[in-house]
Design a protein around this ligand. Structure first.
Ligand code: PLP
Length: 470
């Protein structure tokens, strides 16, 4: 059992205890950079006189100077967070803390609202919500009008499927690998509307799944009555990243044979790729992507987006009245039809935590400033290092593919003889924050992000090697 003293073990000491096969292996450690690791000593009692605690290793720089656009100084990036640096946070996939730019924007708006809620709100609400939609659109390659603001992935997925035209006799195709939020939203929507939901399995072992196998199984299962394909970009159980573009390409000839309203609408829970992958909606090729912005995007808590193509909006009806659509009140007062669905009409109205909604713009600004390409390389580079280290440990069975075409930032695995929750508990005793996925088969998940360092990864690897021994 881990003790409190374990938490004070040095990173160096943990590494030495592992006999990490990382040795002198060259591993991508930062944006594209190759790093040569020193050979680990094999003496388990080796004690570094300069032994530092995990907390000391984690200390961030204090700089608050603005970084010039396009500069990738990961120490500066890390210094933008106010995390508890005595912890190694490898759980970015769960719930975000915000970088300084976002924290400052929330504070500024909160002060304004506290001073005079009505006057502060009235002049700002529409422009600031529309600015956030424009920022999301610019980030993901669509027009502002194709972005709806929601409070989370869960509410976005719920609103999307609740509003979708799912008549009796049609079906939604999804998979056994998708998350509770997709399955439950589809079950509720289908029960109301009369459509059926079919779940297929795409692979037996995530770690060695192939793109051809995944695409082949999906396409073989599209039936004449299939109207919606509901998938998840990066599975939060195994960390497998779905080949969205390849699936969209294989769907295109099927859809080309169908009338517009009979086409298979390709909808994706994108939360674990959004803020990690350097891509856009047109590049991905799906019709709708829903993502919370309070995970990998490190945006304000309680924010998310539905990003859809105009063809997709035509198949969806809003559920919650919008305050944002230009003619929302006019249509009500004039008793006329408000017109086709848009991102604005899909944005639920009501008074809300506006300081968070408005500060979403700064979250996109922060990502753009650091650079989408650099963030992807950093996140995938750290995840690759973690996967490589874990793959060399015989007591660990990696669930996430090594191939970067089939993986993003989530790294999932099992430890022989221990439950996933047991491993998470032991890691927490060592100040490492991971999580176990709430699926019928639970795996341990560690999810490096741009806030983490190579030392964080090696500290976690050392701890996991040691879990075996103790
Ligand atoms: C695949 C997936 N979708 C949705 C969610 C929920 O996201 P949100 O908190 O934005 O609703 C999670 C996990 O929290 C998830 O793993």
């Amino acid at each position: 059992m881990a003790t409190g003293d374990d938490a004070r073990l040095s990173r160096r000491r943990l590494l030495t205890g592992t006999g990490l096969a990382l040795g002198a292996a060259a591993i991508v450690s930062t944006a594209g950079a190759q790093e040569t690791l020193p050979e680990a000593t094999t003496d388990p009692d080796f004690h570094d006189p300069d032994e530092t605690t995990a907390a000391q290793v984690q200390s961030p720089p204090l700089s608050s100077e603005p970084i010039p656009p396009g500069t990738t100084d990961w120490n500066w990036v890390r210094g933008q967070w106010a995390l508890d640096w005595s912890l190694v946070d490898l759980a970015a996939m769960l719930f975000a803390s915000n970088p300084r730019l976002v924290r400052n924007a929330i504070d500024r708006h909160r002060k304004g609202l506290d001073a005079s809620p009505v006057t502060y709100l009235s002049s700002r609400n529409r422009p600031l919500q529309n600015a956030a939609r424009a920022a999301a659109g610019a980030y993901f390659g669509v027009k502002a009008d194709d972005v709806a603001l929601v409070e989370s992935t869960t509410s976005g997925i719920g609103l999307l499927y609740a509003g979708m035209d799912l008549r009796y006799g049609t079906e939604v195709l999804t998979t056994t690998h998708d998350y509770y939020v997709t399955h439950e939203s589809l079950r509720l929507a289908a029960a109301r509307r009369g459509a059926s939901v079919r779940k297929i399995t795409l692979f037996d072992h995530s770690a060695d799944a192939t793109i051809d196998q995944i695409v082949g199984r999906i396409i073989a299962n599209i039936r004449p009555e299939t109207r919606v394909l509901a998938l998840t970009w990066v599975h939060s159980s195994t960390g497998l990243k779905m080949p969205i573009r390849a699936i969209a390409d294989a769907l295109a000839p099927i859809n080309a044979q169908r009338a517009p309203l009979d086409r298979v609408l390709f909808c994706v829970d994108g939360v674990h790729g959004f803020g990690v992958e350097n891509t856009t909606l047109p590049e991905l090729g799906c019709d709708v992507l829903v993502a919370g912005c309070h995970k990998w995007l490190f945006g304000p808590r309680g924010t998310g987006v539905i990003i859809g193509s105009p063809a997709a909006w035509a198949r969806v009806t809003p559920t919650v009245p919008s305050f944002l659509a230009p003619n929302a009140y006019g249509a009500w007062l004039g008793a006329y039809d408000p017109g086709p669905t848009t991102g604005a009409r899909m944005t639920p109205g009501g008074f809300k935590a506006f300081e968070h909604v408005w500060a979403l713009t700064e979250a996109f600004q922060f990502h753009t400033m650091v650079g989408k390409k650099a963030i992807e390389a950093r996140t995938q580079g750290l995840a690759a290092r973690l996967k490589l280290g874990l793959s060399n440990m015989p007591h660990i069975s990696l669930k996430t593919p090594m191939d970067s075409r089939l993986s993003a930032g989530i790294v999932s695995f099992d430890v022989a003889g221990l439950s996933a929750d047991g491993v998470v508990r032991r890691l927490r005793a060592l100040n490492i924050i991971g999580s176990a996925a709430p699926y019928s088969t639970r795996h341990v998940r560690l999810t490096p992000s741009m806030r983490n360092t190579v030392e964080d990864i090696d500290y976690a690897l050392g701890a996991l090697a040691r879990i075996k021994q103790g």
